[in-house]
Design a binder for this molecule. Structure first.
Ligand code: LIP
Length: 263
């Protein structure tokens, strides 16, 4: 039986080292290495270097584990544990010098598939503000020693966050969903890093978050944070989070967001 707090301790140590590297590279100047799914979907040299550091540390400390990373792809392990990694979530923020990006590391058990896996440990580390959000299954979600709990919105309405994909062809649909959700909101934030949007829901800095088009590494750690803070994370009605949809909030608000998105 794998000890979730042991995996969490390793993820915390590696996320800190990886975040320090990302912050250092940011101060030295960022080089765009390539574009991916669309011209707006960039990868920097630092994304790749930070992922190599994380993957190298994990391979050295836990050689039997699998890996699924945004930049270097997937490798099956033999231990039943897979590490799901976004080295710099919020890459466009990072490239523009907006200090809102994060290292996201999750350890999951079972099939390396978000529709099947069980998340055991998750860390979202924001190097620019030196904030570490962490959770292990059954042990709660934490920010710098403070136990986190999701919030239901006040009478003023919900403070929500959302995001838009890199493919312009999807924007009309995203804006249509936003228009349907707006009546629930006191206001909306578009901050540019899904892992931090989820961490902020866990920390009651946001009441809710929804986005279409996320990849497993965008939500693997953040979803565990929200669930361990007493919230709910799902996709389309009855489904787990996926590229089709990710909704995170306290239970009642979650249902209301889902109901207006899937009318
Ligand atoms: C980003 C997400 C963000 C989403 C972007 C992109 P990346 O991840 O964090 O929420 O709107 O389209 O997927 O590319 O910075 O790792």
């Amino acid at each position: 039986m794998t000890d979730a707090s042991e995996l969490l301790a390793l993820a915390l140590d590696i996320a800190k080292e990886a975040g320090d590297l990302a912050r250092r590279r940011r101060s030295e100047g960022v080089a765009i290495a390539a574009t991916k799914s669309a011209i707006a979907d960039i990868v920097t040299e630092a994304d790749r270097e930070v992922e190599d550091l994380i993957r190298g540390r994990l391979a050295a400390e836990r050689p039997g584990d699998g890996f699924l990373g945004e930049e270097s792809g997937a490798e099956r392990g033999t231990s039943g544990i897979t590490w799901v990694v976004d080295p710099i979530d919020g890459t466009v923020n990072y490239a523009y010098g907006i200090p809102h990006y994060a290292v996201s590391i999750a350890a999951v058990e079972g099939e390396p598939d978000p529709q099947q896996w069980s998340a055991l440990a998750g860390v979202v580390y924001a190097p620019a503000v030196d904030e570490t959000f962490s959770a292990a299954t059954g042990e709660g979600a934490w920010l710098e020693g403070r136990r986190l709990e999701v919030s239901e919105p006040s009478a003023a309405g919900a403070l929500l966050a959302t995001g838009f994909g890199y493919d312009p062809a999807t924007h009309e649909g995203d804006l249509g969903r936003l228009a349907r959700v707006m009546p629930l909101a006191r206001d909306v934030r578009r901050a540019g890093a899904a892992s931090l949007d989820l961490a902020y829901v866990a920390a009651s800095r946001l009441d809710g978050y929804f986005e279409r088009g996320l990849n497993p590494w965008d939500h693997a750690a953040g979803a565990l944070l929200v669930e361990e803070a007493g919230g709910r994370v799902a996709g389309r009605p009855g489904e787990r989070p996926s590229t089709l949809m990710t909704i995170a909030a306290a239970s009642d608000l979650h249902q209301r967001i889902s109901d207006v998105i899937y009318v």
